[in-house]
Design a protein around this ligand. Structure first.
Ligand code: F6P
Length: 341
């Protein structure tokens, strides 16, 4: 059997572990051919493919990014996109497709599956907001990177008696902000799940700096928003394509704090640093487990499913059930971040 494989959407550490596992399991265990498509769905539509041999995956486990390349491209949004996908898959005699991606790629995958293609998906995103799985590939590494950055910012914040605002990624969910904030000992964490009130932030900082501290760290997710109708209104700033403008909320928050408190305030936007570099062992293991499970699912005749980490186990969940849903940070975790401020 010929199995197609693609990585779509934003890249992240751990993708190569999943690709490697698909190739090893598919080729080694079952003797199937694995055909990689370059640059996500774009490669499928354009018939841009590369047969994945053992040579291609050698030494890729610790590598960041994706050896297949990726793109933010949705065949379902293009005229005739689905037809082009069907045509290329038929022409190349691809019997099943493994799609590694976040919400956009998985949404496209569910529509392609509905058109009759055998699909098994693997969740990846540093944002960790894919519904149905406890964790997505890339998230663990991103939290590590953000925590290390906060640790470093801590020492310079203290030396200079400054308020340091650190903006991390997270469009619709604040998983990185909340967990890196807790791990890095941030004073305040602002996440999309809970609109923030600038008056309270200013009161808190003023009291803290007057009574017992001379520095503060505020971690803000790029999708955080202010309470509507409050003295400082901030709605996520989006660009031409509806994408969140990185750095915008961090700049607005740090500017407002400096203006209202008079404290020396600085902003650090971690941006794509969080998506680059070598994956942690946890992400290598998760990618490997998902890769093996995806091939096994195809061999077992499953389709329209996604591999998911549920507790200690990798299971299969229905793609149709997760489409359009966002996994946000639970209140209990938000409360822990708040309780430790
Ligand atoms: O996919 C996750 C993510 O890291 C978001 O948090 C961020 O908004 C987005 O990707 C930015 O991606 P790009 O600059 O590649 O479009």
């Amino acid at each position: 059997m010929q199995i197609g494989l693609l990585t779509g959407g934003g890249d992240c550490p751990g993708l190569n572990a999943a690709i490697r596992a698909v190739v090893k399991r598919g080729l080694g265990e079952y003797g199937h051919s694995i055909i990689g498509f370059r640059n996500g769905w774009k490669g499928v539509v354009n018939g841009d493919l590369v047969p994945l041999t053992r040579d291609k995956i050698r030494n890729t486990l610790p590598e960041g990014g994706t050896i297949l390349g990726t793109a933010r491209y949705h065949p379902t949004k293009e005229n005739g996109g689905i037809d082009a996908v069907m045509q290329v898959l038929e022409q190349e005699r691809i019997e099943a497709l493994i799609c590694i991606g976040g919400d956009g790629t998985l949404h496209a995958a569910s529509e392609v599956a509905a058109a009759g293609v055998k699909i098994v998906a693997i969740p990846k995103t540093i944002d960790n907001d894919v519904w149905g799985t406890d964790q997505s590939i890339g998230y663990h590494t991103a939290v590590n990177i953000a925590t290390e950055a906060i640790d470093r910012i801590h020492t310079t914040a203290e030396s200079h008696n400054r308020v340091m605002v650190v903006e991390v990624m997270g469009r619709t969910a604040g998983w990185i902000a909340v967990n890196a904030g807790i791990a890095g000992g941030a004073e305040i964490v602002l996440a999309p799940e809970e609109p923030f009130d600038m008056d309270r932030i200013v009161r808190f900082l003023t009291h803290r700096h007057r009574s017992h501290a001379s520095f503060s760290i505020i971690v803000v997710a790029e999708g955080a928003q202010a309470v509507a109708g409050s003295s400082f209104e901030y709605t996520t700033e989006t660009g031409k394509y509806g994408e969140i403008i990185g750095g915008a909320v961090g700049a607005a928050v740090s500017h407002e704090i400096a203006a209202r408190t008079g404290f020396d305030t600085r902003l650090t936007v971690l941006g794509h640093v969080q998506r680059g570099g070598s994956p942690t062992p946890t992400d290598r293991i998760l990618g490997s487990r998902f890769g093996v499970a995806a091939v096994d699912a195809i061999v077992a005749g499953k389709s329209d499913v996604m591999t998911a980490l549920i507790g200690e186990h990798v299971e299969l969940v229905s793609l149709q059930d997760i489409a359009g849903k966002v996994k946000t940070v639970p209140t209990e975790l938000l409360q822990v971040a708040r309780a430790l401020a």
